[in-house]
Design a protein. Structure first.
Ligand code: NAP
Length: 189
């Protein structure tokens, strides 16, 4: 069981524009070509911040066209927010806030041997990393730059560095980089 931050980013390290647009991402490759079905099959639970959750709610029809359902996950999802957010009928969504450690334990209890996916944003993935709970960072780096936006991973991780374990080209639009977080590799913010 691994805890994985799996995301796509621009070449200059942003996962969305500052106004939460992902329009730059979709022309770069399709989900099947990018290996998403294989990845999601191994996921038992996922966690995301409220901006990511609200993006999914705002783009329900686009999400349904891409994945077949407006709430695209069969797995239980933990959504971090200090606000009251709308619910999705029929979806297993648990709203939480604060320390990621008890949430990680609850996710692990719910999944058995499957992986945990930290969907984003970058700071939430950083909170799991700060707590020593992140095992892998898998980034599909798009062939675009955004100049500014929502950061991929707003942490300083230098010593020990992440360990690059694979590189895969996905057409001309994406390069997938898979990194292992070394044991004890919780850098300072
Ligand atoms: N490129 C990709 O593949 C990809 C992947 C994932 C996401 N995205 C996009 O990237 C953007 C990410 O936005 P973001 O950087 O703002 O991150 P986010 O994690 O989606 O949302 C941040 C919000 O999450 C809540 N939060 C985070 N940690 C919390 C904690 N410990 N306790 C309580 N609440 C917590 C806070 O919400 P409240 O203000 O509600 O309290 C915070 O303002 C979104 O537009 C998303 O759609 C892109």
């Amino acid at each position: 069981m691994k805890t994985q931050y799996y995301t796509a980013a621009s070449l200059d390290g942003f996962i969305a524009t500052e106004d939460d647009s992902l329009d730059w991402l979709f022309p770069l490759g399709d989900l099947n070509e990018a290996g998403y079905p294989t990845f999601i099959d191994a996921v038992g639970a996922l966690a995301m911040g409220s901006a990511t959750y609200e993006w999914i709610l705002r783009h329900a029809s686009q999400v349904a066209a891409e994945t077949g359902a407006s709430w695209p996950y069969a797995q239980p999802a933990w959504v971090f927010s200090r606000r009251i957010l709308p619910r999705v009928a029929g979806a297993d969504i648990r709203f939480v806030q604060g320390d990621v450690r008890p949430v990680h334990a609850a996710m692990r209890d719910a999944t058995g041997p499957k992986n945990l996916w930290i969907v984003g944003g970058g700071d939430l993935a950083g909170q799991f990393h700060d707590a020593g709970l992140l095992d892998e960072i898998i980034v599909q780096v798009g062939s675009v730059t955004l100049g500014r936006g929502k950061p991929l991973f707003p942490r300083r991780v230098t010593s020990p560095p992440l360990r690059l374990i694979s590189v895969r080209q996905i057409g001309s639009g994406l390069a997938e980089l898979r990194y292992e977080v070394p044991v004890g590799g919780t850098g300072a913010a």
